[in-house]
Write a new protein. Structure first.
Length: 131
């Protein structure tokens, strides 16, 4: 049979709309001021992991990354948010996903790498994990 592709990509052109729909509101000042547009562009690669390659971890991350990120951003303090706060939320999102994969998704034995771009207003945050 044909093997499943190992790469998953996610494009969320309007993270604000998703956050509003899920009632996960981030601060409205600082970097988020002036109703800053927010977009997420992510690639999860089931081949670029330290362990076994496969599509399951990439699937899990593609389905859950934006939700975990919005949860993290909604927990930022109401003081004007800066780049460091967003970087911390982005880093924490990866940690949250990793923890959930290891503790709650025991059927998933493979891993994945990630390349993420988060656009907030005129700022872009990037993160690359894996090989």
């Amino acid at each position: 049979g044909k093997s499943k592709p190992l790469v998953r990509h996610v494009i969320v052109k309007d993270l604000n709309k998703i956050g509003t729909r899920l009632k996960l509101e981030h601060p409205k000042t600082g970097i988020f001021g002036n109703k800053a547009p927010m977009g997420l562009y992510a690639l999860f690669d089931g081949q670029s992991s330290a362990g076994e390659s496969g599509p399951m971890a990439a699937d899990f991350c593609a389905k859950n990354f934006h939700m975990k990120l919005l949860e993290r951003l909604s927990r930022l303090p109401a003081v004007p948010a800066d780049e460091a706060a967003v970087e911390s939320a982005l880093r924490g999102t990866f940690e949250d996903l990793d923890r959930e994969l290891l503790t709650n998704q025991l059927d998933i034995k493979d891993g994945c790498g990630a390349a993420v771009g988060l656009l907030i207003g005129d700022h872009i945050f990037t993160a690359v994990l894996g090989r």
